[in-house]
Design a protein around this ligand. Structure first.
Ligand SMILES: Nc1nc2c(c(=O)[nH]1)N[C@H]1C(S)=C(S)[C@@H](COP(=O)(O)OP(=O)(O)OC[C@H]3O[C@@H](n4cnc5c(=O)[nH]c(N)nc54)[C@H](O)[C@@H]3O)O[C@H]1N2
Ligand SMILES: Nc1nc2c(c(=O)[nH]1)N[C@H]1C(S)=C(S)[C@@H](COP(=O)(O)OP(=O)(O)OC[C@H]3O[C@@H](n4cnc5c(=O)[nH]c(N)nc54)[C@H](O)[C@@H]3O)O[C@H]1N2
Ligand code: SF4
Ligand SMILES: [Mo]
Length: 702
């Protein structure tokens, strides 16, 4: 029996785990490996959440695709075909759409779960083979607002500019819109460690979550009002003389703008906007400003709004005004979500980016990357549009007519999902590469069964900016090929016979060169080094460089080295409540399901723990509606209607209901959500829309 040191298939914590081979043939259809502890990996020290513990089940046969599928034009059903036939059909279809409607009629939608190698090669495929500007990915739905804000304020976007272990050394942490007790359980130890060291935890969430129960102070604002809350805290800091004037003078610019904006957010007004009482506001401001060191960490609750970028800027203002950035134990960070949400945004899946976190509009960046790719810089397309815009326009005049989806399930996870589903159905050609027949794959003309996670080696970049190696432990099932193979074969069929290797390490070696000199510089990182060092933090410009666990200690990443304040002011959500839709809906996650559920809904132990959707509502609201625990309720927004059983709890504001988004069908939360976009990050407003809730007698149509 051998044990392979590797990492979890799911979230951005990328917990270390071992995979031990078990005797083949023990149970037919069962995976050939089992998950064991890997106590030596520093981030999680052997701890795994339920998803990680049960990860081997996603490798098992029954749920997996095992051959390419092609839609039969006569019967309309998906039929198994050979790889040759499937790849020929995809290449011919993509070529045909490009010939009839232009290269810009072909698009690509990627995923933040793909390895760096896959994400890099997918970006290169779009720019060099398809030569289309239309590539984007599901990271737009994830941390894009924090990324846009961090780039503007600090010149660099790395989810956490410090290792997780630094959290335990902070004097005070504000966790805004994150529920790690459900979404990253092994990371909770850093927060409890901080409290054991005497630090204080302030949780900002409209729900008293399992995470909030660990807090010294829980602020419960109405969904969509964090910008007002953060600005109100800054107001108190200024009014009560708690500024760190030396830090502001030495290391920042733009304070006057932020001060002027904060003046419009006096405590009584903020109480009115957010529902957070003035004494709590004052207490939070004094706890944070008064601590020697401190951090603000945001997650999706604060970010997934049509003003997500400005909201994160407001949190960054609070850090800068109190001197809590660019010092050990202090700083702003974003808890990035997907396994490779960080690396996925650095190497070219995003519509405006080239590898190394370079800008697609920067002539020097274009020249450098074109040089590595052996093409003329003028042949590289310009920026396309964001993820939701790509889906929203699909199949319409001016939108794409052929789409390759790799590593995402937007039928469940995109906002206004019924509309997105209609758009996908209207395409001339939909190709989906996935490991299972996801709801999106089920709509496709061609489905390509992909190898995943423990079946292939690749690098991932965790929320800390730590580049780790996820080693293969088992062979992929018969009939399954890797995404790199798919890209290589399609490139060759479309006339590009070189530059698309399907060996992960060969791709990584090219990625190193393409990223060299960029913000996210991987030039000094190699598979051998990662293996020897438990991961390497970028930037790491050469083999002798130790990597950079902590950014900004000397200077920020802006041209003048100073962090930038912003003058940002409260604005309401894109959709306000009214007489017809009097309540807020917010959405999020539960511990035992992952994202669109494509993988975890197929794992029996996880499904037993979280079998289906629900609507969380306050007892007062339930009383008013005459709804009992477990009774079916209908939630209606301006975009549609969903039904799910009621879960009654006083841990939520009475004016707000919550639904997890992991399920398709009648209880699909994204039937309801508002696709209003943030003007900078193009993030949809997943976290707030206006709804009405009623007792239901029958399920919504799925
Ligand atoms: N079990 C599990 N773990 C996961 C995932 C998963 O699907 N399942 N997905 C991974 C990914 S990709 C991501 S992005 C992360 C997400 O990790 P989190 O951001 O922690 O998860 P969410 O549940 O989306 O949102 C967090 C909290 O935001 C709150 N919230 C809603 N509206 C607001 C608001 O206006 N303001 C504030 N302050 N809070 C608000 C919600 O009540 C919720 O408790 O989790 C990762 N880990
Ligand atoms: N209402 C609401 N909606 C949300 C959110 C929310 O908070 N509320 N959160 C948003 C966020 S933060 C995110 S990140 C998105 C995520 O939403 P999705 O993009 O739908 O994420 P997943 O469900 O992880 O989809 C990944 C798909 O890729 C497949 N897959 C896994 N590994 C591989 C691989 O190596 N190759 C290939 N080809 N396929 C693979 C999986 O089987 C799965 O079908 O959802 C967003 N949607
Ligand atoms: S916290 Fe994330 S990386 Fe760790 S075991 Fe759970 S899903 Fe996997
Ligand atoms: Mo995410």
């Amino acid at each position: 029996m051998t044990t392979t040191d590797t990492h979890c298939p799911y979230c951005a914590l990328q917990c270390g785990m071992g995979l031990r081979t078990v005797a083949p043939g023990d149970t037919p259809g069962a995976p050939a490996v089992e998950v064991v502890e890997r106590p030596g990996f520093p981030v999680n020290r052997g701890a795994l959440c339920g998803k990680g513990q049960n990860a081997a089940a996603v490798l098992a046969g029954a749920a997996r695709l095992s051959a390419p599928l092609l839609r039969d034009p006569r019967t309309g059903t998906l039929e198994e075909v050979s790889w040759e036939r499937a790849l020929d059909r995809v290449a011919a279809g993509l070529g045909d759409v490009a010939a009839r409607h232009g290269r810009e009629a072909v698009g690509v939608f990627g995923g933040g779960g793909l390895t760096n190698e896959k994400a890099y090669l997918l970006g290169k495929f779009a720019r060099v083979v398809l030569r289309t500007p239309y590539i984007d990915y599901n990271g737009r739905f994830c941390m894009s607002s924090a990324a846009a804000a961090s780039r503007a304020a600090f010149g660099v976007d790395r989810g956490l500019p410090f290792p997780l272990e630094d959290i335990a050394t902070a004097g005070c942490v504000i966790l805004a819109g994150g529920n790690p007790a459900e979404t990253m359980p092994p990371a909770l130890r850093y927060f409890t460690g901080m409290r054991e060291n005497g630090g204080r935890l302030i949780v900002v969430d409209p729900r008293r979550t399992r995470t909030a129960r660990h807090a010294d102070l829980h602020l419960s604002p109405a969904p969509g009002t964090d910008l007002a809350l953060a600005s109100g805290l800054l107001h108190v800091v200024i009014a009560d003389g708690l500024l760190d004037r030396e830090f502001i003078a030495d290391r920042t610019t733009g304070f006057e703008e932020a001060r002027a904006a904060a003046m419009a957010h006096w405590p009584e007004r903020v109480e009115e906007l957010t529902g957070v009482p003035v004494p709590q506001l004052r207490e939070a401001a004094h706890l944070f400003a008064g601590a020697e060191t401190g951090m603000v960490l945001t997650a999706r609750g604060s970010e997934q709004h049509s003003k997500g970028t400005d909201t994160v800027r407001a949190w960054i203002n609070l850090c800068l005004a109190t001197g809590k950035a660019g010092r050990p134990g202090s700083g702003f960070g974003c808890l990035t979500g997907q396994g490779n949400g960080q690396g996925g945004r650095e190497h070219g899946q995003k519509s405006d980016q080239l590898p190394g976190y370079r800008s697609l509009t920067d002539p020097r960046a274009r020249a450098h990357v074109a040089g590595v790719w052996g093409v003329d810089p003028d042949d590289l397309p310009g920026p396309g549009v964001s993820g939701y815009e790509l889906l929203d326009r699909a199949g319409t005049a001016g939108g794409v007519r052929a789409l390759l989806v790799m590593g995402s399930n937007p039928v469940v996870s995109a906002p206004h999902a019924s509309h997105v589903t209609d758009r996908l159905r209207s395409l001339d050609l939909l190709v989906v590469s996935d490991v299972v027949l996801s709801e999106t794959a089920a709509l496709a003309d061609v489905v390509l069964p992909s190898a995943q996670w423990a079946e292939e080696t690749g690098t991932m970049t965790s929320l800390e900016g730590r580049v780790i190696l996820r080693r293969a432990a088992v062979a992929p099932p018969e009939g399954v090929r890797s995404d790199l193979y798919v890209l290589k074969e399609l490139a060759a069929r479309l006339g590009v016979g070189r530059g698309f290797p399907d060996e992960p390490e060969e791709v990584f070696e090219e990625l190193r060169r393409a990223s060299a000199g960029g913000v996210a510089d991987y030039a000094g990182i190699s598979y051998a080094r990662i293996g020897a060092e438990d991961g390497v933090f970028w930037p790491c410009p050469d083999a002798a460089h130790p990597g950079t666990p902590r950014l900004f200690l000397e200077r920020f990443g802006t041209p003048d080295g100073r962090a930038r304040f912003a003058g940002v002011v409260h604005r309401p959500p894109a959709e306000e409540t009214d007489a017809r839709f009097p309540l807020y809906l917010t959405t999020g996650r539960v511990g035992s399901q992952y994202q669109s559920g494509a993988q975890t809904r197929r794992v029996p132990a996880l499904n037993a723990a979280a079998p289906g959707p629900f609507v969380e509502l306050h007892p007062w609201l339930a009383d008013r509606l005459g709804v009992g625990e477990g009774q079916l309720v209908a939630v209606t927004s301006r975009r549609g209607r969903a039904t799910a059983p009621a879960r009654i709890t006083d841990a939520i504001r009475p004016d707000t209901v919550f639904m997890p988004f992991h399920w398709p069908g009648p209880g699909r939360a994204n039937t309801l959500t508002n696709p209003a976009l943030d003007p900078e990050s193009r993030m949809p407003e997943f976290k707030v829309c206006a709804v009405r809730v009623e007792r239901a007698t029958e399920e919504a149509p799925s």
